[in-house]
Design a protein around this ligand. Sequence first.
Ligand SMILES: *Cc1c(COP(=O)(O)O)cnc(C)c1O
Length: 436
Amino acid sequence: MSPAVPGPRSRALFRRAQRSIVGGVDSPVRAFRAVGGTPVVFASSRGAELVDVDGRRYLDLVNSWGANLLGGAPPTVVSAVRAAVRDGLSFGAPSPREHELAERIRAAVPEAERLRFVSSGTEATMSAIRVARGFTGRSIIVKFAGGYHGHSDGLLARAGSGVATGTLPDSAGVPRTVVRETRVLPYNDLDALDRLFEREGGRISAVIVEPIAGNMGVVPPVAGFLRRITRWCRRSGALAIADEVITGFRLRRGIVAPELGLEPDLVTLGKVIGGGMPVAAYGGRRRVMEVVAPLGPVYQAGTLSGNPVAMAAGAAVLDALRPSVYHRLERASARLAQAIEDGAASANVRPFCLQRAGSMLGLFFSDGPVRSLAHAQRSDRKRYARFFHAALAAGVYLPPSTLETAFVSAAYGPKEIDRAGAALAQAFRSVAGRPL
Ligand SMILES: *Cc1c(COP(=O)(O)O)cnc(C)c1O
């Protein structure tokens, strides 16, 4: 019998946290509600490993929700941060480090002719939508069910049960009037896209889409889906927003939308470009971005935007992202995916479906291929919960929900992959047999 995970210090600290922080967490998924149990409280991370406050070590397959592409505390990033700290923590005024990160991004993302830094992906998508509305003078925005674009009001929306019900808020506190201008379509549904644009194309300001969905597990676009979005946007004058907060700089040096058929007018980035610091950005065609203040009438600002310490971290990460890193990451991810599939098969765990895009892994306890949120939601949550806890006990930290993506980092070598594969094979054995 493995010792209870998490250990006594984690439990005590989480109890303490609940007395000052609402729910004990600063972001709801961290509370383990989807898998049950008590969250692990972490003390440090290094390379592929996390260490909790009880001294237990885990191979990290969350990697700060994808922000830590290089793993925990990469030495070059840490020393860049140290150097930046010595020069001051914040100026609230221009400083060279923001130019350095901006130029690196521009060189890798030619679609972002002009960009602006913000501090979270939520701000980036919220601002991109404001820009699209300001530029087009239209108000409707289109998103897809299962796509997550941060927690701004207009994006916390879900489709009503019929055309008559319209769009509904997906959170208390969001007024119906705010989501009235949001349309939510099923991901990968070309017919629904056609119908919407035929009906309302002239009033649509933007379509925002994750070119590879990473917030309902991993769901790639079907052939023609992103190209159809591009075509409708071109034809109607709406802007295409590629939300690459996850995929940007994770799957290649730059963005993936163009090679998948989406020609974005605006791009949002986050996670990897901050290397574990609070950094995100939005950018796009120069003519579009020049509606932003001070050049234009669209207001957007931030006290800590372009923070020099965070910028230094981002630039150091981008400097480390040579082709060899992506090759290593791809090899490690393919090998881990194979180990996971073998583990599920040899424990006879069915249904099970793994969907991978580079270093993004979606684990569904359902039949595949998964192409939409409705399908992703058929993944057996209870079985995933048992699998998650078995993996945790075996020393692997997976995302605490089957609807989240597991992220491999470049800190994984063959040794770590084998260890993770063996631990997950053991976890599969413990959930084998009839689902409860
Ligand atoms: C994480 C995420 C966001 C929101 O970023 P935050 O930094 O958490 O606000 C937006 N879009 C996508 C695709 C994301 O995965």
